[in-house]
Ligand binder design. Structure first.
Ligand code: ZN
Length: 150
């Protein structure tokens, strides 16, 4: 059975930004039928603590088909401020150091209720991909928020 192991969310605060990393492992990737990772995160900002929901859905409509993925990000706070956000998602194998960028969204201006969605099909070209580590997939999703405290 496929399941997700997640690590604690890590937020790093920079001079004019907050970098938030979501790291998790999809165990038994080949057995996915439908599996999701969902986290809400409030930015640790002294001025405007914007809030974000990250929802990453992995699914396979047919057992012979490759896994596809829907990445959905939404801004869920009520702050009247506009902030810039950039997004990226990296698949990587910690043993072989193989990696693949599957999402790279440059800084975009966002107001409250902003939503983003991307469909990635297939997520991996092959289930024998070198990205898989003993059948498991390591995922790093990064959300960076700019201009909230400067
Ligand atoms: Zn801030």
């Amino acid at each position: 059975m496929a399941f997700i192991d997640s690590q604690p969310v890590v937020e790093t605060i920079g001079e004019n930004c907050h970098m938030v990393e979501f790291n998790f492992t999809v165990n038994n990737y080949r057995d996915i039928s439908s599996l999701d990772f969902i986290r809400e995160h409030r930015i640790l900002c002294e001025r405007f603590g914007t809030e974000w929901t990250v929802w990453i859905l992995f699914q396979k409509t047919d057992s012979n088909e490759p896994v596809s993925c829907i990445v959905s990000i939404s801004r869920t706070d009520d702050e009247e401020i506009k902030v810039m956000v950039s997004l990226s998602m990296l698949l990587h194998n910690v043993s072989t150091l193989a990696c693949s960028d599957v999402l790279d969204v440059p800084a975009t201006k966002t107001a409250k209720d902003w939503e983003f969605q991307k469909y990635i099909d297939p997520l991996l070209q092959s289930e024998n991909s070198a990205i898989l580590n003993d059948g498991n997939l390591d995922v790093k999703f990064c959300l960076t928020v700019f201009d909230c405290h400067e």
